[in-house]
Write a protein that binds this ligand. Structure first.
Ligand code: ACM
Ligand code: ZN
Length: 539
């Protein structure tokens, strides 16, 4: 009997061991954004220090792409791999193959994990980069020395739905240190975002060095204090706030972004939201000032004078310094929330309207934007602005960022202008994400994770042809109520994960519960990276 008992115990133990092994053997595949096509397969592949990383092209871009993978394996599991140049796959290898003849879109990739090895193929380095982001999400979300990292076998064919997959950051209301901006770019890459909209100037602070106009940062970047509590409160904190990026900082951020296949779209606000600049150079306003860098939020009547030639010279000088720093195709000129109060009274503005045959102040704003567009186009850039640039007539080649709902975007697409959808109802990540009673102070609104996830960027009222003008969508992060990087992270994550899936994954029936299941793994990666995300959905 004792003999049989021993057998039974051994049997039980080995069954337990086997079932644990089975669990280790085939971890679940939980990827965000959901790939376009994915087939789970039998078995696993284990990456160890003996696994070779093979690349078929020796370009600096290939090394950058591969470095991303090696850094992860080393930082998280202390596994170091050798990178070798090779034209073909080998046993126990990760073969990273640039195949320019592959007829899939530029950012697409094919990834196969099988017991024999890993094969990643794409027509461009950006596709390979996204394939590696997926590969990282197949690994266990732990930071621990491992002899091998076990990945589930899977076959993925992936391609993004939209070309513009954006996240924005307002550094005007609260300056965010360069070190955080770099982290933000890393977090964006993890979610396969490819466009960073950097809102650099505001009523509350001008945040970028312009050598020809040093007072922009000496004077215009500093406000003497900040409103305490919600808009309308009479209380101020008495603490000066400043901060700006040097042009060297800008270069570093743009290069860091490029290594992660992210384009930086800078925004220099005009003609409104310009008190930072006017405080430094009051002659650029209609009244001549004096002005003060704003200490509260909202919209201010003092804006650039649209009648004075000095305004256009100043802004063109500013752009002349900035354009070489930003290699992307678009430059954002703001254009939103510009009251016409001063223009209506200003003799110079009135004279300009007369001279140019403009019938309204809206047409004066349109004239302003068209001049800036001409300048940008002559310098090889495209103009993008908030949807107010439709008022008074859209500049001939301008793209529109639709924020006051989708109507602006729809109107622009119907006029065959490119559009980026950022409607407040779905894309404003500064809005409350859970019960305001239990949340840190925010501007207002209410935008749950589920609602972001439900967003469909192509409005049904557009024809198939018009839909092509919708480049994509973007989450906007206005920082009136975000004083620190930690608070930005709290507001952005995990809602950015939902948006990432909106802009990357194919259109089709969405399964929020399935997304939330996959999000569990992504939030473990957030934990590893130290991201201060909101846990309201995980209670
Ligand atoms: C905006 O939110 N004022 C574009
Ligand atoms: Zn004026």
């Amino acid at each position: 009997m004792k003999k049989y008992l021993n057998h039974l115990i051994i049997l039980l133990l080995s069954f337990t061991f086997w079932s644990c092994q089975a669990e280790v053997r085939r971890p679940e595949v939980q990827i965000i954004p959901l790939p376009a096509s994915m087939t789970n397969m039998e078995g696993t592949f284990a990456i160890s220090s003996g696994t070779k990383i093979l690349i078929n092209s020796d370009s600096p871009e290939m090394h950058k792409v591969t470095a991303n993978l090696c850094r992860y394996l080393e930082n998280f599991y202390e596994i170091k791999n050798k990178i070798t140049f090779s034209g073909a796959s080998e046993k126990n290898s990760i073969f990273i193959k640039l195949n320019t003849r592959l007829s899939i879109s530029k950012e697409a990739y094919n990834l196969t994990v099988s017991p024999k090895g890993i094969m990643l193929e794409a027509p461009s380095p950006s596709g390979l980069f996204y394939g590696i982001q997926t590969l990282l999400q197949l690994m266990p979300p732990i930071k621990q020395k491992l002899s091998e990292v076990v990945l589930p076998s899977v076959e993925i064919k992936d391609t993004p739905r939209f070309a513009w997959r954006g996240l924005h950051l307002d550094v005007g209301r609260h300056f965010m240190p360069k070190e955080f901006v770099l982290k933000y770019l890393d977090y964006m890459a993890l979610h396969k975002f490819n466009t960073f909209h950097w809102h650099l100037t505001e009523d509350q602070g001008w945040r970028v060095e312009i050598k020809k106009y040093p007072k922009l940062t000496e004077v215009g970047s500093i406000r003497k204090e900040t409103l305490v509590g919600h808009y309308g409160s009479k209380s101020y904190d008495g603490t000066p706030v400043g901060g700006f990026y040097t042009q060297e900082d800008i270069k570093e951020v743009v290069a860091y972004a490029a290594d992660r296949f992210i384009t930086v779209v800078p925004e220099i606000e005009m003609p409104g939201h310009s008190l930072g600049a006017l405080t430094a150079y009051p002659e650029l306003g209609c009244t001549g000032g004096p002005y003060e860098v704003a200490t509260t939020w909202g919209v201010f009547d003092d804006v650039y004078c649209a009648g004075k030639e000095e305004t256009y010279t100043f802004l063109q000088d500013v752009l002349t310094e900035l354009l070489p720093l930003f290699p992307g195709e678009y430059f954002h000129i703001g254009g939103d929330e510009c009251p016409k109060t001063r223009w209506q009274k200003c003799p110079t503005c009135k004279q300009k309207m007369k001279d140019e045959g403009l019938r309204s102040e809206h047409e004066l704003q349109s004239y302003f934007v068209q001049r800036m567009e001409k300048f940008l186009n002559e310098n090889g850039k495209k103009l993008i602005g908030w949807d107010e640039i439709l008022e008074g007539g859209l500049a001939p080649n301008a793209a529109v960022m639709s924020w006051r709902g989708e109507q602006g975007g729809i109107a622009a697409a119907k006029q065959h202008h490119n559009v980026v959808m950022t409607p407040g109802e779905f894309c404003y990540l500064d809005h409350y994400q859970a019960d305001p009673k239990t949340e840190p102070l925010a501007i207002g609104g209410f935008l749950t994770l589920k609602k972001v996830y439900s967003y469909e960027p192509v409005p049904p009222s557009l024809t198939e042809d018009e839909s092509k003008y919708v480049l994509g969508a973007q989450g906007n992060v206005w920082t009136e109520y975000m004083k620190s990087p930690e608070q930005v992270e709290y507001m952005v994550f995990p809602r950015a994960a939902a948006l990432a899936e909106v802009v990357w994954s194919p259109k089709g029936p969405k399964d929020y519960d399935n997304f939330k299941n996959r999000l569990v793994k992504l939030t473990k990666i957030y934990d590893l990276l130290g991201i201060n995300y909101c846990k309201a959905e995980f209670k």
